[in-house]
Design a protein around this ligand. Structure first.
Ligand code: OGA
Ligand code: NI
Length: 327
C-alpha cells in the first residue's frame, strides 16, 4: 500500500464550498459544477428553518465522544460482527483489507423517517444519545434531500426524482471513531472505497484524516467550521449515467489525536431498480451501467469488495466478469 501519508494538501486542489443560503439557482448551478468537477463538496448550511443547527452538530459530536468513552462492557452489549445486522457496534480491527486490519470503531444505526420506533433499536447509553441522533439525523436528511432536489433542478430531472425508492430506505447513520494510532504509516483508518448509498453527508471532525482521490493522488480534506462534506454514492453515478462521479476516499490515522466523524447516508430501498435515468440517455449517450436492484447491487459489490483489488467500479458486468475470472 506504500506510505499512507503520500498526499497533497487540499489547497492544491480545493474543495468547492457551497453556501446554501445563496439564491437557489446559484446554489443549484454551483452544486452541479462542483459535482461534475470533483465529486465532493462542502455545504455550509446557514439557512434558518432549513438547516442542521450548530446545536444539533455540537450535541451530536458530544454524544459521539461520550459513547466511545463508555466502559467496554457497555459497548459490548451492542457489539456484533454480523454485517447483515443494521444496528451494531463493530471494530475495523476484525476486518481484513488486503491483509491489513483497519483502525476504527463504528456504531452503525438505521433510522426510519419519521424516526418512530427505530430509535428503540439504538443504544440507550449515554442517556441522551437517542434524542440527539434523532434530531441530528432528521435535520441532516432534510439537507440531503434538498441537495438532491437542487441537483435535479440543475440536471433537468423532475425535482422529486429521488423522493421515492431511490432515497427511501432507512437512513444509515454511522458514528466513526479513529483512535490515535501507534503506526499511521502502515495502519489505515478506513481503506479506499466509494460509498454504496445514494448520497453521503459527513460531519467530519476538526481532526484531519479524510482524503479523496483526484488525478491519482490523495488530497487532504480540510473542512471549514460547521461544514458538511458531501459526496455521491455509486447508485447516484449510475442514475446520472456517469455525470456525477462517486469518488474514492479513505481515512488515514495519526499518532496523537483521536478522530470522531458522523456519516449520514441516504439509501435506496432493496427492491429499487438502480439504472440510468432516461433523461441522461440518447443516441450519443448509451447506458453505461446495467440496471440492477439495489439489493443485488449491494450483494455483488460485497463479494467484489473481497475479491478485487479495487472497489471503485460501478460496472457490475465488469465486476461479475472479474469475479468469474478471479475465482
Ligand atoms: C464512510 C467514510 C469518512 C470519515 O463512512 O463511508 O468515508 O471521515 N467516512 O469517517
Ligand atoms: Ni465513505
Amino acid at each position: 500500500m506504500g506510505d499512507l501519508h503520500e498526499s497533497i494538501p487540499e489547497g492544491v486542489v480545493s474543495l468547492p464550498v457551497i453556501d446554501l443560503s445563496l439564491d437557489r439557482d446559484q446554489v443549484s448551478r454551483a452544486i452541479l459544477d462542483a459535482g461534475t468537477n470533483i465529486g465532493f463538496f462542502q455545504a455550509i448550511e446557514q439557512v434558518i428553518n432549513h438547516g442542521v443547527t450548530e446545536q444539533a452538530m455540537r450535541d451530536m459530536e458530544a454524544a459521539c465522544r461520550e459513547f466511545f468513552a463508555l466502559p467496554a462492557e457497555d459497548k459490548a452489549a451492542f457489539y456484533s460482527q454480523d454485517n447483515k445486522k443494521t444496528n451494531r457496534y463493530f471494530s475495523g480491527s476484525t476486518y481484513q483489507t488486503g491483509g491489513n486490519k483497519y483502525w476504527m470503531d463504528c456504531l452503525r444505526l438505521g433510522c426510519s423517517i419519521p424516526v418512530g420506533d427505530s430509535k428503540n433499536n439504538w443504544p440507550d447509553k449515554p442517556q441522551n444519545l437517542r434524542g440527539v441522533i434523532e434530531t441530528f439525523t432528521v435535520l441532516t436528511r432534510d439537507m440531503g434531500m434538498e441537495l438532491l432536489r437542487l441537483l435535479c433542478d440543475g440536471m433537468g430531472l423532475r425535482p422529486d426524482y429521488f423522493d421515492g425508492n431511490l432515497g427511501g430506505a432507512d437512513v444509515i447513520v454511522t458514528l466513526n471513531h479513529y483512535p490515535a494510532c501507534p503506526d499511521p504509516s502502515t495502519m489505515i483508518g478506513l481503506p479506499p472505497h466509494c460509498d454504496r448509498n445514494l448520497l453521503s453527508l459527513l460531519l467530519p471532525s476538526t481532526v484531519p484524516g479524510l482524503q479523496f482521490s483526484h488525478n491519482g493522488q490523495w488530497i487532504d480534506v480540510q473542512p471549514l467550521p460547521n461544514a458538511f462534506i458531501v459526496n455521491f454514492g455509486l447508485p447516484l453515478e449510475v442514475v446520472t449515467n456517469g455525470m456525477l462521479k462517486s469518488i474514492e476516499h479513505r481515512v488515514v490515522t495519526n499518532t496523537t489525536m483521536a478522530r470522531t466523524s458522523v456519516g449520514t447516508f441516504i439509501t435506496p430501498t432493496k427492491d429499487c431498480l438502480i439504472t440510468p435515468a432516461e433523461e441522461f440517455l440518447g443516441e450519443e449517450n448509451p447506458p453505461r451501467y446495467h440496471a440492477v436492484t439495489y439489493g443485488d447491487f449491494n450483494r455483488i459489490h460485497s463479494i467484489a469488495k473481497h475479491g478485487l483489488s479495487s472497489v471503485k467500479t460501478t460496472d457490475l458486468k465488469k465486476i461479475e466478469e472479474s469475479l468469474r475470472t478471479e475465482t
